[in-house]
Design a protein around this ligand. Structure first.
Ligand code: ATP
Ligand code: MG
Length: 335
């Protein structure tokens, strides 16, 4: 399948910049939404600190990594040192504390893969998921946010790719397709690979930020304001990059041997990671290394059936970008 086509980008590609940017703009959450999220977080902090004065609440995921579209749920992490309490008991107690106030549908899901308390705030209509001590997610949220500050094209590309993935039904980990987090990493990797590069590799640079979380050293260069001109030498437009992204995943990525690694800013081999065969449920059919938990393949949810679906979707999108007279409609057609 690789290099099946020697296609070059269509000549009228830049006519698509305006419609793509319009889609991007329409997905950005309005300021009121941010205000409501902050209000809900303040309410939750108040309730939690009554019971656990030492505990902290952090927003992570799309509401804090700058890749959140309008009407996203919020992901919150409760950081708490409760040495003698089971996680499930903390969640039950948390649900209890929140139940007693004006919140609705407070549920503790203690058996989920990531156990959480789910709730809805009727005042704002916002739903949120609260997990316990998932600090790696808080740190990878900061990494994504920092990358987004370097070049505006990352956020534009990621919004368009997430919108495409949701429209096409390939953003559902419980059906074996990829998480939003995985898609954003694919976008970062793609922009690190452009020549000239649009994004640097922050983890390969001198570290200015360093924390140890769950025995993982998370360190990288986070003075991203100094990198505001990094992507300048590359003049590719958003339309060219959307085209390039799909072309890359449809025809250029070596699924059999390669792992994409934002951590190293490059491709590494499956052999090097010992990701060459199925272990338990991890099949490694598309390999996306987590930047901090490096033994973690974000593609592990993908199975024999869903890899086919995914690759066909990448090819469909690449072909639409290449040949369709009106790609902005066809690309996002519901599946
Ligand atoms: P959406 O807009 O679809 O809600 P999101 O950015 O919140 O997007 P999710 O995939 O829901 O993305 O993930 C939320 C956060 O949880 C991510 O930003 C990341 O910090 C963390 N996360 C998600 N999946 C994983 C994973 N497999 N491994 C490690 N962290 C993950
Ligand atoms: Mg989310």
């Amino acid at each position: 399948r690789m290099y099946k086509r020697q296609t070059i980008c269509r000549r009228d590609i830049d006519n698509l910049n305006v419609p793509f940017l319009a889609i991007y703009e329409s997905l950005i959450p309005p300021e009121e939404e941010k205000v409501k999220q902050t209000q809900l977080l303040a309410l939750l902090k108040k309730l939690v600190s009554k019971e656990w004065p030492e505990a902290q609440l952090y927003i992570y995921g799309s509401c804090a990594n700058s890749f959140g579209v309008s009407k996203s749920d919020i992901d919150i992490c409760l950081a708490i040192e409760e040495a003698n309490m089971e996680k499930s008991d903390i969640l039950m107690k948390l649900a209890d504390i929140l139940q007693s106030d004006n919140l609705q549908n407070v549920q503790a899901l203690t058996r989920a893969r990531v156990p959480i308390v789910k709730l809805m705030d009727p005042a704002t209509g916002i739903s949120c998921d609260i997990c316990i001590n998932n600090l790696l997610a808080v740190v990878n949220t900061k990494l994504l946010w920092d990358y987004a500050q370097i070049d505006a094209r990352l956020r534009q590309l990621a919004f368009i790719i997430k919108h495409w993935a949701k429209s096409r039904g390939v953003n559902e980990t419980y059906h074996g397709t990829l998480s939003s987090y995985a898609y954003v990493l694919m976008c970062i990797h793609f922009l690190q690979q452009r020549r000239p590069a649009i994004l640097p590799c922050l983890q390969e640079m001198e570290s200015t930020y360093s924390v140890k979380v769950d025995n993982v050293n998370c360190a990288y260069f986070d003075k991203v304001r100094t990198l505001a001109d990094f992507g300048r030498p590359n003049k590719e437009t958003i339309a060219q990059l959307v085209w390039g992204f799909f072309y890359y995943w449809a025809y250029c990525h070596d699924y059999a041997n390669s792992v994409i690694s934002v951590r190293t800013g490059s491709i590494i081999s499956k052999r090097e990671k010992d990701w060459t065969r199925r272990v338990g449920n991890d099949r490694h059919l598309i390999c996306i290394e987590d930047p901090f938990e490096i033994s973690h393949d974000l593609g592990r949810v993908v199975d024999k059936r869903s890899i086919k679906v995914l690759r066909e979707e990448f090819e469909r999108a690449a072909d639409i970008m290449q040949y369709d007279p009106n790609p902005c409609v066809k690309l996002f057609e519901p599946y």
